[in-house]
Design a protein around this ligand. Structure first.
Ligand code: ADP
Length: 175
């Protein structure tokens, strides 16, 4: 029985993330889809909110379990008995980041391997940052996120008001 962890910020999830989680669920016995509670970037949604979106997206997949975590990802992986870390690759730039992260994680925990799944072509250019950017500018996002995420995103932007781009900087570790 192999347990894999699919960690990330998921602020918020989009179809590219969901696709990777579901494909991982076909490969591994159990997938722990885990939201990092304090990534080094400004978050738009709380851990509870991000987790709620993920749970809704995974509700028809009994072998996907959604959990929050804090601290080192490898420590979390060990604590839940995961031996594999799943990540997604979109463009070559992702590879550099994932390669570095995977090697760092191997230094920290030799017993845990990283497996990267290539994005599905239709999600190759989808990211949480571009999603937020398009939403900020009131553009269409229904092909990028499920309706419950779109609704929450629009509501959050309305709450933040006119200067929302100042309150939630669209910055990710990849930028
Ligand atoms: P991070 O973990 O760097 O904070 P995210 O939470 O956005 O970034 O992404 C989590 C994982 O999902 C990463 O491995 C990322 O490469 C992958 N991912 C993000 N967007 C896509 C996409 N459109 N297709 C496939 N994988 C993706």
């Amino acid at each position: 029985m192999t347990t894999a962890v699919y960690p990330g910020s998921f602020d918020p999830i989009h179809y590219g993330h969901i696709d990777i989680a579901k494909r991982a669920a076909k490969i591994f016995d159990t997938v722990i889809w885990a939201a990092y509670d304090r990534p080094m970037k400004n978050l738009m949604f709380s851990t509870e909110e991000r987790i709620a979106f993920m749970r809704e997206a995974a509700k028809d997949f009994p072998n996907i379990k959604v959990m929050p975590y804090h601290g080192l990802t490898v420590q979390f992986a060990r604590s839940i008995g995961a031996t594999v870390m799943v990540r997604g690759l979109r463009v070559t730039y992702d590879f550099e980041i994932e390669y570095q992260t995977a090697l760092t994680n191997r230094q920290l925990a030799e017993d845990i391997d990283t497996i990267c799944l290539m994005t599905s072509l239709k999600y190759a250019f989808v990211s949480s940052s571009t999603l937020k950017e398009v939403a900020f500018l009131n553009g269409p996002i229904s092909t990028i996120v499920p309706p419950f995420v779109e609704e929450a995103l629009r509501k959050r932007l309305a709450q933040l008001g006119e200067d929302h781009d100042e309150k939630v900087k669209i910055v990710s570790l990849r930028e």
